[in-house]
Design a protein around this ligand. Structure first.
Ligand SMILES: *Cc1c(COP(=O)(O)O)cnc(C)c1O
Length: 947
């Protein structure tokens, strides 16, 4: 046995465990189990054609060497991405800390108070810097946040505007080009007409419902938008502003000018550029629009003792993501990055941010003055950090590249130079030298800031920000380190115990996969850097695309979408473009089975499709006859079917090929939701089942950590038919021959974290990824075998097998007064995070162990579930004062002088033996689900507010 094989590290069960596990399941061999699970006609007969397997050590060398073929130039490109200083304390204690990056989305608030507080800090920071009333927990990137703003403003049109079909949206020509491209994608299918123009010439006609402005403009010009916003509001035109977050430290925030929505990226608050992502976008708006707000909002509520506790607000709404009425499909966002950006503000505080902003502006002013002396004239009449100069671009480019410097070359004689937090006088002097050489003059050096402010006095920010204690308390590394640790301790992540989230695949995020993210060769590259500087990135990304194409059986892949839901949208937009390219303008109907994840109908609605829901049969399978009937009924309008495979019920439906054939026979295409790909890799694939396109959640199947709710990567893989329509980017040549406009701002989406999936596949190889699938199925069926005598298992395959996950039916316990939530909360006392609650069936738990958990952990979880089953047995509907209803139990309860509950403290906190040596204490009692929504508070209010 090769003991240096990465597969041994990634897979939980040891070979010696197999006999016992197989016996429990009741099969002779692992292959027998697989044959009984996956229908014969879709099983792959050949191993995947992937390159040779690397050990962890070989991969580390490989990725270092490949990284060195990227050229890390000083970037003055700007356009929404800036070099930044990642505070080492944040890098080490959050970014590189599994306590933070392996956490799940904080649905279980009682064991997520740490990251909930960190996100609340982020929201507070956004609210105060933008001058708005509410903010969400992050969005995918600035460009899609701008599109979400447009969708929100479209959604909140007045009754008259809706009646008169007011559908024009003004886009300032100062908007970032990648944002314009995403706005183009997102506007057409929902019936919004974009009008791009100069905001100074806008006529405020009542044909417009909204407008978006960039602050400062794309090349750095600072405009005062107060007049524009006032005039627009008089005409019921609502205004969104895409704003640079650092500039808001110095400039009047859009909220104070009356903006309705403010969006942007928080990348430059300590998040590496990473060749495009991941970074947290922010979205802030007015309280009155809270019900239309995209994404998640963290809100303040209280626990069973009336103590302050945080939770995701308006959460019940999200579980259905509004389905076909949706204006947004955001599910996974960018939580880890928002935690980091929020912590950047905590660490620097208001004074530190002032200092950084002053420095950036000071350097920009100094450079402007120096260039002026060289006769290189600056044309921005007001700026914060970006200059536009007139010079021979070709000449400057040649010299600059010798100095390893990138500017942005607007045209042959116009160059923009964007400064940032990392710039020192030596850098400014180097830029001066470049221009001096270009214009044939003597270079000189500067060592003092120019004194002048280069934006109008009246735009100087006057309001205070970040006055809350949290932003003024943790400015030494010791105190910050302890604050981060204090929060981390409140959260249960994968470094404590398994998180068996059905559909979400919380597998190992191996250190060997994560380490390269911290390498400067990979993380300090601008997404629009010239292609000859990104050889390593291009190679890695192309290889990953190829690996994913091989795994799905498809012709091509794009990595652009930043989440699974965004992948759905991208896939549906490609399908739409395909039909349109063939003149099939009527093909607009999307069939979706009733059991689909909420993002499916939401994505279809955003792609402008008409959603027809198809029935599910008693046994949970798709009703084939209903699909046939509806496909037939709509055969002239059929665009596609969206289907999850194996199903959201955790079953490989054997009729899948028949279903996809029906769709094709009626002129439609098949979109496969690939969230359950962990049950397919190496054994079957989307192409084989007859799909035309699928998304993959790299943060589920391909080892990118969940980060507490993001980052995610949601590539789509397509067959030949859809290859021409893969999305483009305005700066980098990506996408098909008839490419649709951009899905997200960066050409390869969150390129940095793609390294994780690349490493995963390189180190596991064809054999390892296939074994991962087999072991995922093994683990699920082992748990099924252990649990089925205690909990009814809803749905299984024809031969009685689960796929990689299973649904435990808890609905009958209602008779004893026990809800599925009570079980979820009680699991915390046993040291576990609950499985998926009430999806896809209300009142159930969906368990997915993944291949990374070993038998001992599976057994502990099963023991806990069996013990809870006994507790349910003891419960009665008449007496709700029981161990389940009171769960979770906190340390404060256990150690209080009085104990008046009708069971022992030991039963409350140490019901099984294994718990004692690794006890996890929930930091609050059960959080009130409704209180927080009735009193929505989504920022750190002064402490008096809770008294
Ligand atoms: C997770 C999931 C999605 C959404 O993916 P995100 O990456 O969270 O946007 C869609 N469908 C199913 C079945 C899922 O489990």
């Amino acid at each position: 046995m090769k003991t240096d094989s990465f597969a041994l590290r990634h897979l939980g069960p040891r070979e010696t465990d197999l006999p016992k596990m197989l016996e429990t399941i009741g099969v002779e061999t692992l292959d027998q189990l697989i044959y009984e699970t996956i229908p014969d006609d879709i099983r792959l007969k050949q191993p995947l054609q992937l390159e040779h397997i690397m050990t962890e050590y070989e991969y580390a060398n490989h990725i270092r060497q490949l990284g060195r073929t990227n050229k890390v130039f000083k970037s003055y490109i700007g356009l929404g991405y800036h070099p930044t200083i990642v505070p080492p304390a944040i890098q080490r204690n959050i970014f590189e800390n599994p306590g933070w990056y392996t956490a799940y989305t904080p649905y279980q608030a009682e064991i997520a108070q740490g990251r909930l507080e960190a996100i609340l800090n982020f929201q507070t920071m956004v609210i105060e810097l933008t001058g708005m009333e509410i903010a969400n927990a992050s969005l995918l990137d600035e460009s899609t946040a701008a599109a979400e703003a447009m969708a929100l403003l479209f959604d909140v049109r007045s009754r008259d505007q809706k009646k008169n079909n007011v559908c024009k949206f003004f886009v300032s020509e100062e908007i970032l080009p990648q944002t314009l491209s995403v706005l183009q994608t997102r506007s057409t299918p929902i019936g919004v007409e974009l009008v791009v123009g100069n905001h100074q010439e806008f006529d405020f006609s009542n044909e417009f419902f909204g407008a978006i402005l960039q602050y400062p403009g794309k090349y750095g010009q600072v405009y005062d938008y107060a007049d524009f916003i006032t005039k627009a509001n008089e005409k019921e035109i609502k205004v969104a502003v895409a704003a640079d977050i650092l500039s808001l430290v110095k400039l009047t925030p859009p909220g104070e000018m009356g903006a309705d929505v403010v969006v942007g990226t928080t990348q430059r608050f300590g998040i590496p550029m990473g060749y495009g992502g991941p970074h947290a976008a922010y979205f802030a708006t007015k309280e009155e629009y809270k019900r239309s707000m995209p994404g998640r909002i963290i809100g303040v509520s209280q626990d069973a003792n009336g103590n302050r506790a945080l939770r995701m607000a308006l959460q019940t709404r999200e579980q259905h993501i509004k389905r076909e009425k949706a204006t947004s499909n955001i599910c996974t966002a960018q939580v880890l990055l928002s935690v980091m950006a929020g912590m950047f503000a905590v660490y620097h505080g208001p004074k530190g941010l002032q200092y950084i902003a002053d420095k950036v502006h000071g350097m920009a002013s100094t450079l402007a003055e120096a260039l002026n002396k060289l006769g290189v004239y600056q044309t921005n009449t007001a700026f914060f950090d970006t200059l536009v100069v007139k010079a021979d671009a070709k000449k400057v480019k040649a010299i600059a590249e010798k100095h390893e410097i990138n500017f942005y070359y607007i045209d042959e004689e116009t160059i923009s130079i964007s400064l940032n937090e990392t710039i020192l006088f030596t850098d400014v002097n180097e830029v001066i030298a470049v221009f001096a050489e270009a214009v044939g003059k003597e270079a000189f050096e500067v060592s003092e800031y120019a004194l002048e402010n280069n934006y109008p006095m009246h735009l100087n920010r006057k309001s205070e920000f970040l006055t809350h204690e949290v932003f003024n308390k943790y400015h030494s590394e010791t105190s910050l380190m302890r604050y981060i640790k204090k929060l981390e301790r409140k959260d249960l992540a994968l470094n404590h115990s398994m998180i068996s989230l059905g559909s979400c695949t919380m597998k190992l995020n191996a250190a060997a996969e994560m380490l390269p993210l911290s390498m400067p060769y990979w993380n300090t590259i601008h997404p629009f850097a010239p292609l000859d500087q990104v050889e390593g990135y291009t190679k890695m990304l192309k290889k990953l695309e190829h690996q994913l194409s091989v795994i799905t059986g498809f012709a091509g892949t794009t990595l652009q979408p930043n989440s699974g839901a965004q992948g759905e949208y991208a896939g549906l937009m490609a399908i739409r473009a395909y039909h349109l390219s063939r003149g099939d303008k009527e093909r607009n109907v999307c069939l979706i089975p009733a059991s689909a994840h909420g993002t499916n109908p939401a994505s279809a609605a955003m792609a402008g499709m008409q959603i027809i829901v198809t029935k599910t049969m008693e046994n949970g399978n798709i009703d084939v006859e209903d699909v046939r009937e509806k496909a037939n009924q709509y055969k002239d309008q059929l665009s596609c079917l969206m289907v999850t495979y194996p199903s959201t019920h955790g079953v490989f439906e054997s009729a899948i090929k028949e279903i996809t054939q029906i769709i094709h026979d009626n002129g439609g295409l098949v979109y496969m939701d690939g969230a359950n790909m962990n049950a397919q890799v190496g054994l079957t694939n989307p192409a084989t089942i007859g799909a035309d396109v699928c998304h993959l959640n790299l943060h589920k199947t391909f080892a990118i950590p969940h980060g507490g709710g993001g980052p995610g990567v949601g590539p789509i893989c397509v067959n030949e038919k859809l290859l021409p329509f893969l999305p483009s980017n305005p700066f980098v040549a990506v996408g098909g021959e008839q490419a649709i406009t951009a899905i997200s701002g960066a050409p390869y989406g969150s390129a940095l974290v793609c390294l994780i999936s690349y490493g995963y596949i390189c180190m596991l190889g064809a054999e390892g990824v296939t074994n991962a699938t087999k072991y995922a199925i093994l683990n699920a069926n082992y748990m099924k075998a252990r649990l089925e005598a205690h909990y009814p298992i809803l749905y299984s395959g024809e031969k009685g097998r689960a796929a990689h996950e299973m649904i435990l039916d808890c609905r009958a316990f209602k008779a004893k007064g026990i809800e599925v939530t009570d079980i979820a909360k009680r699991l915390m006392d046993y040291g576990f995070h609950a499985p998926t609650v009430s999806f896809p069936v209300a009142g159930t738990l969906m368990v997915e162990p993944t291949e990374s958990e070993d038998v001992a952990e599976l057994d502990r979880f099963c023991d806990a579930m069996i013990a809870i089953r006994q507790e349910i047995e003891e419960a009665t509907a008449e007496e709700p004062n029981n161990v389940l209803k009171n769960a979770p139990h906190t340390l404060a309860m256990l150690t209080a002088d009085t104990w008046s509950l009708p069971y022992t403290r030991e039963k409350a906190a140490y019901p099984l033996e294994y718990i004692a040596e690794n006890k996890f204490w929930p930091s609050v009692r059960r959080v009130d689900e409704t209180y927080g929504d009735r009193n929505l508070v989504c920022s750190c209010a002064p402490i008096e507010a809770y008294m």
